[in-house]
Write a protein of this length. Structure first.
Length: 135
């Protein structure tokens, strides 16, 4: 296995660990684990924002049993690699709240959690799970 972390990496290691963010990640995880945290009606709260993003055509959305709101969308421009990932994040960013995490779960599939934690604003903690499927 190649020791490089990307194509031109010559250090083979970073400058430190990422534990500085662990309290925020754990706080988000605790909120996500609380019953009823994922909000209802994503087609009302999320879909209009996603449909308004230039360069994307949102084909449909549906709530699935695991709590994810699955959104199928198509880019007007064909992209690959990091450019495709960044385009997916730009689309999902229109629904971003104070806590926002996106991961590529599979080729063309991006899973996102976004939400408000207690103390982030005037509303109680709540959030959304979105699975973007790029066709």
């Amino acid at each position: 296995m190649d020791r490089r972390r990307w194509d031109i990496d010559e250090r083979f290691t970073g400058v430190c660990d990422a534990t500085a963010m662990l309290p925020a990640v754990h706080r988000l995880g605790e909120a996500m684990a609380s019953g009823g945290w994922v909000t209802e009606d994503p087609e009302v709260h999320l879909l209009p924002h996603l449909r308004g993003v230039p360069g994307w055509e949102v084909l449909d959305g549906r709530l699935v049993d695991d709590g994810f709101y699955e959104v199928r969308a198509r880019r007007e421009e064909e992209l690959e690699g990091v450019a495709a990932y960044r385009a997916a994040i730009r689309l999902l960013s229109v629904i971003a709240e104070p806590s926002f995490l996106v991961r590529q779960a599979a080729p063309g599939v991006y899973e996102c959690v976004t939400g408000v934690l207690d103390g982030d604003g005037v509303y109680r903690s709540h959030g959304h799970l979105v699975r973007l499927i790029v066709t």
